[in-house]
Design a protein around this ligand. Structure first.
Ligand code: ZN
Length: 343
């Protein structure tokens, strides 16, 4: 993609030079500087993601997501959808589908998210594992929520073998596709725990983009004392708020790893999102030939609580990009490119 874009840029420059040798014209980012024609055209790419946890589909959260689309129609949301809603006790598929659809706009991406829900794993033919959870605890699979509704959200799916995970990934992809959401190409792991066995499973099941790399510095205030924090610190060591997409090998096809470099709104303030935007904007301005990605997001289950601070950040990003004539564009995974060689 980059090579083709560069070729087009060269052709465009040549054509414009022959037609308008001394005349500045308006460019696609609205500026009128002749110098723009000598620049290669990268973009500052905005990736807005939402993790659907598979817990519930409350009215207030769905309304908050509809309001996000109404306020920012130019934002394409990457929905990491969860098949766990369909395997809940007594779930009515038509109702689940209708609720999820309310939050999805035509340009959005339908992707995949998986947590260690007991009923989802058992529906996939995999024996449930109850420990250790993100918090270092054990669940009792024969009591409480495990019996009455569902449990396992806090069990990292990296506890399972790649073969077991392939069954859950396949059931999830099939369930979402069967209910009209298409076949996902992108994945984010529950609790960002996409260890190599998880990545092998999703690659083997045809997924192309993996969005779990996260700067753990953002998670420290809320999770710093929990086992999941040290697991993630090891897993995503070196990931920062300016980390960019890279190729990552698996036992089958390589994946494009897309760092969740601005983390999710439950863990970061509006100002921290702005700081992430500023850091990536600076990287973009240092070399405008390359796309630079800034990723921010939230959870469906806490959208009503945390979307206001994400929306405040988005407004400031768009205002600043407009004022400074930065080519800033909301994209989905297919617009992202990774370097050809593995990271
Ligand atoms: Zn999640």
């Amino acid at each position: 993609m980059l090579a083709l874009r560069s070729l087009l840029a060269v052709l465009t420059v040549g054509l414009l030079a022959s037609l308008t040798p001394a005349c500045a014209s308006e460019t696609d980012d609205g500026s009128t500087s002749e110098d723009d024609y000598t620049r290669k055209k990268g973009k500052l790419q905005l990736v807005v993601t939402v993790d659907w946890e598979g817990r519930d589909l409350r009215e207030d959260n769905l309304l908050a997501m509809q309001e996000l689309h109404a306020r920012f129609p130019q934002v394409k949301v990457v929905h990491f959808l969860n098949a766990g809603y369909y395997t809940k006790q007594g779930a009515r598929p038509a109702d689940v589908t209708a609720r999820i659809q309310r939050a999805i706009a035509p340009g959005d991406e339908k992707a995949l998210h998986i947590h260690g829900w007991k009923r989802l794993f058992e529906a996939s033919g995999v024996a449930f594992r109850a420990s250790p959870t993100f918090w270092g605890t054990s669940l009792d699979p024969h009591a409480g929520d495990c019996l009455e509704t569902d449990c396992g959200h806090e069990v990292p799916i990296s506890l399972y073998t790649s073969e077991e995970l392939r069954k859950v990934v396949k059931l999830s992809l099939d369930t979402l596709e069967g209910n009209g959401f298409g076949r996902a190409k992108s994945f984010r792991c529950g609790g960002w725990m996409a260890k190599p066995n998880v990545r092998d499973a999703i690659a083997a099941e045809g997924l192309k983009y993996e969005h779990s790399a996260v700067p753990t510095v953002f998670l420290k205030p809320k999770l710093g004392t929990m086992p999941v924090y040290s697991w993630l610190s090891d897993l995503w060591q070196g990931t920062t708020n300016v980390s960019q997409p890279y190729a990552i090998t698996t036992t089958t096809t390589p994946l494009t790893e897309v760092p969740d470099n601005g983390a999710l709104a439950d863990y970061v303030s509006t100002q921290q999102m702005i700081d992430t935007f500023e850091a990536n904007k600076a990287a973009f301005l240092a070399d405008r030939s390359k796309n630079v990605v800034v990723s921010v997001g939230f959870h469906e289950e806490t959208a009503a609580t945390y979307l206001p601070q994400l929306e405040a950040a988005l407004q400031r990003m768009y205002d600043e990009a407009k004022a400074e004539k930065i080519p800033f564009e909301s994209v989905t995974s297919e617009a992202l490119s990774a370097p050809a060689s593995p990271h």
